[in-house]
Structures are given as C-alpha cells and as structure tokens.
Design a protein around this ligand. Sequence first.
Ligand code: SAM
Length: 195
Amino acid sequence: MKEQIIEMEKYAIDNNVPIIEKKSIAFIMKYIKEKHIKNVLEIGTAIGYSAILMASSDKDTLVTTIERDEVRYMEALKNVKKCGMEKKINVVYQDALELNLSEDLKYDLIFIDAAKGQYTKFFEKYKNFLSEGGTIITDNINFHGYVGKSSSLDKGNLKSLVEKIEGYIDFLKNNTEFDTKFYDIGDGLSVSIRK
Ligand code: SAM
C-alpha cells in the first residue's frame, strides 16, 4: 500500500489536488487508533488519500466519504480498489449539502475537509449523524496562516473565505454542545467532542 500512497501524493501534486498534510493525517490516524473509532464519515474525498489512510488506521475502522467532483470521485474509486479497501471504504458521489443520509446512521468521527466557506453548514447538518460522545475534526483551520488576519486583507474572494473560517472558529468556540480544541498541526485542525 505504501507504493499506492506515494503514487497518490505524486498525482495530487501533478494534478493540483489538495490533500491533507502528512502531520495532520498522522494525528487523525493516531486518534482513530487510540479511541477505537469504528465508523468515520468524511466530507471531501478528493482522490481518496485521507480516506484510505483513515481506514488503514485500525482493522475495524470503516469509512464513508463524500465527493461532489466526478473526476476525483472516479480517481478515488480507482485508488480504493488498488489498495484493496473496497470492503472498508464507501465512496459516495454527491454534494454533501444535498445528500440525504438515512437517519439511523451514526458515526464516531466526522472529518470535515470540503469547501472551506461551508464549514458551519457541514457541521450543523452532520452533527445529527454523530454517535454519543463522537468527534468532529475539521482541517485547514489556519488556512495558510491567513486566519485571524482577515482585516488586513484586500476585499475579494480570499478575504471573504478567511472571514468565513474565522466565523466558523467563533461558532465552535461558542458552541456549548461541543468542547473544541484547536491544534497547530499541518494547516490547523479543530477537534470538537460532543459533551
Ligand atoms: N480529504 C481529502 C484528502 O485529504 O485526501 C482532501 C479533500 S480536498 C481538500 C476537498 C474536496 O472536497 C474536493 O475534492 C472538493 O471537490 C470536495 N468538496 C467540496 N465541497 C463539497 C461538497 N459540498 N460536497 C462534497 N464534496 C465537496
């Protein structure tokens, strides 16, 4: 599998596909192992890199992952197959904000790694699928060091995206249903545990 992982890292660079930083996925894999997490829901598959690594963290860990881009979805399916992970990973081709999951599905860990401007919407929608005491991890909370500095940015898409991530951080800090910790790992991770 190591070879496939290296191939995926190369594909991501060559094709400009954003994938998680190595330190961040190592943190999540350790978290899965230590907490004996069985069911993971990932929002934002890209080519399946983080899904494959999360599924390989523990022999009992299963991953459902959602991707709205057809080319990436197809590439993810190919990679899951190459790694022999078809039984552990279910790749869903749909916009996560439009998907209707069956109400009785529950996940121990939800990993949000899709459109950064929509983090609060993903959180609000998918917290309903979190098992008791479950965790929501979000990537890119520092967004290349821009977060916290939106007031010094010129008006435009970047400023508005950074403001949205800052809004999400405030939302997490003020959310009394969850305890959230922020980690300066990779591009920044938040770990929100339901009380
Ligand atoms: N988790 C992946 C990894 O580390 O290997 C990287 C995911 S990449 C940063 C974000 C992905 O989310 C993109 O492929 C994008 O197409 C997808 N995405 C963005 N918004 C989405 C949505 N609303 N529903 C499903 N997928 C979405």
